[in-house]
Design a protein around this ligand. Sequence first.
Ligand code: COA
Length: 200
Amino acid sequence: MIVAVTTEPPADDIGIRPMEPGDAARLVEFHEALSEHTKERRYFTPHPHLTDAEVHHFTNVDHNRREALVAVVDDNIVGVGRYEMLHDPLAAEVAFVVGDAWQRRGIGRALFEALAQRAIANGIHRFVADTLDGNAPMIGLLRSSGVDVREEHELGRAEFVLTLIDGGSGALPQRHPHPHDGGAGGDGAVSEGRTPDGTT
Ligand SMILES: CC(C)(COP(=O)(O)OP(=O)(O)OC[C@H]1O[C@@H](n2cnc3c(N)ncnc32)[C@H](O)[C@@H]1OP(=O)(O)O)[C@@H](O)C(=O)NCCC(=O)NCCS
């Protein structure tokens, strides 16, 4: 099931669909091709290879308490966005990673928006994100998400709380048009500490 498609840029069709157990080999291939820099920003520590347990965990989600979406081009994964519900069922922790060659083309934003729609449909009101304080792309993505954003910076880490549901309407607030959107509205870790088993 494709839940979002964008065609510019790049020219390639980029589909966004839910992660499936059958994505295991594709996820490994995607991770292996990431630069060490991107892996470190994603996992906060060097993470050259995914373990078998991680691959199983990341590709087996219930699409409710845990959701993962993949951005795909020609059946290859080029990005992952995921959330994992916290102990507070109205909140979920998110994580994203986009392949180096595909960054800054609107994929992270498309994943965020598709993931937010899935979260809202599952009764989640807030996203929480933890990132390195110097991670300008991730911080920029969150700050420009168009939803209410609160952030705290401490000890080299930045924690964000993003309100998805404004006044209980269930709708994402409008944001300014983005060149990557082609004018249309938009329709994934082991993140440390907070979630029981991590979210990629
Ligand atoms: C963070 C990340 C997912 C963003 O994905 P992306 O597809 O490159 O982002 P987009 O092209 O959708 O950009 C969306 C917004 O993010 C911000 N952004 C993206 N790349 C940026 C950069 N290099 N510098 C500053 N801001 C940047 C901008 O605000 C951008 O909006 P704009 O294009 O209107 O300026 C990607 O850089 C990535 O995978 N990084 C490594 C992993 C990581 O850091 N994950 C976060 C921790 S879980």
